[in-house]
Design a protein around this ligand. Sequence first.
Ligand code: ATP
Ligand code: MG
Length: 493
Amino acid sequence: MVEVQRAVAEELDRLAPVIDELGRRFADAGHELALVGGPVRDAMLGRRHTDLDFTTSARPEETERLLKGWADALWDVGREFGTIGCRRGEWQVEITTYRAESYDPTSRKPEVSYGDDLAGDLSRRDFTVNAMAVRLPGREIEDPYGGVVDLAHRVIRTPGAPEDSFSDDPLRMMRAARFAAQLGFEVDDSVVEAMTAMAERIDIISAERVRDELVKLVTAPWPRRGLTLLVRTGLAERVLPELPALALERDEHHRHKDVYEHTLTVLEQAIDLEHRLGGEPDFVSRFAALMHDVGKPRTRRFLDDGTVTFHHHDVVGAKMTRKRMKALRFSNEQIAQVGLLVELHLRFHGYGSGEWTDAAVRRYVRDAGDQLERLHILTRADCTTRNRRKAQRLQRTYDDLERRIEQLAAQEELDAIRPDLDGNQIQQLLGIGPGREVGEAYRFLLDLRLDRGPLGEDLAAEALRAWWSARSGPPLPGGATIGQDAPTRRAYP
Ligand code: ATP
Ligand code: MG
């Protein structure tokens, strides 16, 4: 607890340039202002942000007036929900008027009405760890629902009964899973029970709001936590049914792996390879890992000899993935990227132990296009065998494929290099017709280009003339030339 207090005090000192000035401005105008939600929670966890949320007794017009002259830029796209946003230096600030909204359980959006006190505002927030505030400018901590204790126990709880909270706004069920994934916290049993009982209520929430929570969950540090919770409570069945469908019943001989468990492992292995993309959480490669095998349940066939096949699950899965992402209103770009990765995730298995021709390697690169690096990640992550030798063999084979891609790329870059002058220009400059000498001159210019980089036409022409006269000596009347093996020059100007 003492540690938490110290962490908060330190963080508030760091935020002083913003919170002290804003706190005084609002107080001088007779309004309350408090830092609230995420930044308070994260201050206690020792996480730092530059975007800060505040709550205030001031109405949006008041807030706007008080921010003018302080902020570098101001926006009011959230005005309808009571929010005014602004930027000052590196700080992003959002100030929302105290809420006392009444929800219509059948509508998709909360109806906004303003409240007059901080306590009422905090009681309407989603979880206890998000329902803490720091009053400004005095810096008194308000924690009416035991958020600090829950934070210490690393647990997600609602301030009141979870059923009431989720009736007010069913999106909070998704948010519980999202925060479990972001914070690595447990979700309290009472909350899990309410999520399970009320899962179908998520249907009234717009696809865009569900998608935004899903993206935050998937790009969080512990996505497995959030995803297994969605599956366990039945929420996944409604928002991403392809995922629970992967938990195929095992055949009695346990001949095929649990595809659901395999998928979660592939996701985690893909996360471990994100350093290849710069290290930031990458939604596209994570979601591709999550969806790569969704075609399996639909393509599963049991053969007479007892084996199982999943023919074309890549193509079927890509189609299912695109359909799901469209329903969740993802951008066309993201749909195309994830769909392509799912479609190509098996291609490498035709590589055998390196039997692909150069043409096949080129086709792999061309088909992956700008998703090649992510395809490398997905294909490498898609190996969860416990057989170490098999895993190492696959890894080495993929190393080999990547090496060949690099070699081909380097060769093709070389092949693409052209001299500064083309054949026609050579003929014109030297006054010769087509023939062997044009080829020699071309190779001379190409060597020159490789040695010295691009020269431009004038310098190249000069070098070409010098080479030509050194090579052939001064032209002699009658068309003869001096030289060891004087070439036959067909024409003179
Ligand atoms: P991030 O901005 O990284 O997504 P955050 O913790 O700031 O994380 P937001 O979704 O921005 O979360 O919400 C800000 C605060 O507003 C939360 O901490 C919570 O108190 C409150 N809040 C947001 N959405 C809801 C909701 N649907 N129901 C109740 N309270 C909410
Ligand atoms: Mg926020």
